[in-house]
Design a binder for this molecule. Structure first.
Ligand code: PBG
Length: 325
């Protein structure tokens, strides 16, 4: 029988030192953005049942939480607020003394080295739980932009370093950019949730943020998971409107989209490793079915390999500990 020619790929895998020489993708603690949930009240550190290891914290515990992040080498947080009161226009979202605005001010005063990213949405603040203003059972796009822009401006006034709008109204980047510029915040970047699918992977977050829609669902504004070209159109319009970062969300079932967006647009790209992706691994790990450390690092690395520059993840603290070992 004639000799078959073949390649010896295993030469480059023979020892750990050789594998390290040819490693293509690195996960760094600096790539990780940690989401925090702040609540009104005092001495509150409420575990979120569906997200083991994640808590809602009141402001008196916030500084120590933030110091822990800095000590681990994490450089940024994204702040989600859980207000005590909700109404039909989400007025606590843009109140100067809203929970998010107070949290931002406190972090910038007490732990100034952290970059503070403000999630800009109405759903935690509206009594109907939708991300915009409801008119005749529908989410009124252009009217919602007014409230969302006010929210972004008050977050910038409070000291947010980055504004991250997640509401999926059309034109939110343009509206927020204009609002920030007019208010004197032309130096504050917009990290747009440009590509956000209507995903069941957000289930546990809605427990954590008390933001479930009280009627209907979000499919009239978030994207259909079946669609790929639509993701590119969304990203394209946000780039044109002045976004400084693009987010693709969720991450794990959408690695193909991360790659396509990365290949076409030249902005820093953020993957949002969402709550359901977190909870599934936590549950499996608690049952002893998977090795948590290995699986989390593999998963986060795969997001970077797909093209993400940064990752918003509830695993940030765990991953930082493992990476620092
Ligand atoms: C709010 C918002 C959501 C998430 C981030 N911002 C929920 C939603 O759209 O229902 C989900 C985050 C996660 O699941 O981790 N607009």
């Amino acid at each position: 029988m004639k000799d078959i020619q073949f390649k010896r790929h295993r030469r480059l895998r023979r020892t750990e030192s050789i594998r390290a020489l040819v490693r293509e993708t690195y996960l760094r603690t600096e790539d990780l953005i940690y989401p925090i949930f702040v609540v009104e009240g005092e001495k509150i550190k409420n575990p979120v049942a569906s997200m083991p290891g994640v808590h809602q914290v009141s402001l008196d515990y916030l500084t120590e939480e933030m110091e822990e992040l800095v000590n681990l080498g994490i450089k940024s947080v994204i702040v989600f607020g859980v207000p005590a009161e909700k109404d039909d226009v989400g007025s606590q979202a843009y109140h100067e003394e809203g929970i998010v605005q107070r949290a931002i001010r406190q972090i910038k005063e007490e732990v100034p080295s952290l970059a503070v990213i403000a999630d800009t949405c109405l759903c935690q603040f509206t009594d109907h739980g939708h991300c915009g203003i409801v008119r005749d059972g529908d989410i009124a796009n252009d009217e919602s932009l007014t409230y969302i822009t006010k929210t972004a401006v008050t977050q910038a006034e409070a000291g947010a370093d980055v504004i991250a709008p997640s509401n999926m109204m059309d034109g939110f980047v343009a509206a927020i950019r204009r609002g920030l510029d007019e208010a004197g915040y032309s130096h504050i970047p917009v990290m747009s949730y440009a590509v956000k699918y209507a995903s069941s992977f957000y289930g546990p977050f809605r427990d954590a943020a008390h933001s479930s829609p009280q009627f209907g669902d979000r499919r009239a504004y978030q994207m259909d998971p079946s669609n790929r070209l639509e993701a590119l159109r969304e990203a394209e319009s946000d780039v044109e409107e002045g976004a400084d970062f693009l987010i693709v969300k969720p991450a794990l079932s959408y690695l193909d989209i991360i790659r396509e967006v990365k290949d076409r647009f030249h902005l820093p790209l953020v993957a949002y490793n969402v709550s359901g992706e977190y909870s599934m691994i936590k549950a499996a790990a608690q049952n002893g079915w998977v090795n948590e450390e290995e699986i989390v690092l593999e998963k986060l690395t795969s997001m970077k390999r797909a093209g993400a520059d940064l990752i918003i993840t509830y695993f940030a603290k765990d991953a930082a500990k493992w990476l620092n070992q």
